[in-house]
Design a protein around this ligand. Structure first.
Ligand code: NAP
Length: 243
């Protein structure tokens, strides 16, 4: 069957590798990070909203849409639901399970940037691992605070109270411990992305008793089928007679 998979995370690429030998899979990425090496066609860049996605689905005779995107990539998940509804093409979604704090972890949950700023007031050296958002607020860096910002790629702003690290994970526990110590970090700011690729920073914060300010996940829309395991998704596709 013809499948369009909206990807961008490791599990999506893994699922594409399982499905591609049996189905005509097209794998789609936003185009901001690395594209995976797959045997199926990989397209890069947006469709032009839910309308553009619906046109792509129809023009390419897609029979199943799979949303296996990052838990914070809420816009493309909303577009997928709208395009599925307008075309009648079924939508299956993989939703990656979140991380949970361990017994002695000090996690402060925040809903948005405004709440985060308030919580960060008591700290001096936050380490931001939430993408580009902090770079839009450099004018807000309080006197006496130094920000360490790690993201995939960005132009470094010239500011003595900010250090920008452009790097792509995964990062080892050893690397994360060294970074937290070298920059004298007193709070880690993270998204609850789940998965294993960037989890070491939480383990490092735990070892050094550093609190974590965790930005809540966006609420994602419902799909026809929702899975928290890509192997279950592949097995159900096979049992449905489609594989
Ligand atoms: P988003 O806000 O959901 O999407 C923004 C636009 O990017 C979409 O409307 C769509 O453009 C395009 N897009 C996103 N994913 C796509 C895909 N798989 N195939 C084709 N087009 C896609 O997502 P985002 O701006 O990429 O990221 C939002 C947050 O999620 C960020 O904090 C980011 O760090 C995190 N994140 C995202 C990804 C990812 O692969 N998207 C991976 C890791 C982390 P059109 O409307 O033009 O179709």
């Amino acid at each position: 069957m013809r499948i369009l998979m909206l990807g961008g995370i490791g599990e999506a690429a893994k699922l594409a590798r399982v499905l591609a030998p049996v189905h005509a899979v097209t794998y789609s990425v936003a185009g901001k990070g690395r594209s995976p090496n797959l045997l199926c066609p990989v397209r890069s860049g947006g469709f032009g909203g839910s309308g553009g996605l619906a046109v792509f689905l129809r023009d390419n005779g897609i029979e199943l849409l799979i949303d296996a995107t990052h838990p914070y990539a809420a816009q493309i998940s909303r577009n997928a639901v709208e395009a599925s509804r307008s075309t009648g093409i079924p939508l299956w979604a993989y939703r990656r399970p979140p991380w949970w704090p361990e017994a002695d972890d000090d996690w402060r949950l925040v809903a948005d940037w405004a709440e985060m700023r308030t919580v960060l007031r008591e700290f001096n050296r936050p380490f931001f691992t939430i993408g580009l958002e902090p770079l839009r607020h450099v004018a807000d860096i309080p006197l006496g605070q130094h920000w360490l910002v790690r993201c995939l790629a960005a132009e470094p702003p010239i500011l003595s109270r900010l250090t920008l690290l452009c790097a792509t994970g995964p990062f080892s526990l050893k690397q994360e411990l060294m970074l937290l110590r070298d920059y004298r970090i007193d709070v880690l700011v993270a998204k609850n992305s789940g998965g294993g690729a960037v989890e070491a920073k939480l383990a490092a914060a735990r070892q050094l008793n550093i609190p974590v300010v965790m930005l809540d996940r966006p609420v994602l829309p419902v799909a026809d089928r929702i899975f928290t395991d890509v192997e279950c998704l592949a097995a159900d596709l096979s049992e449905s007679g489609w594989m």
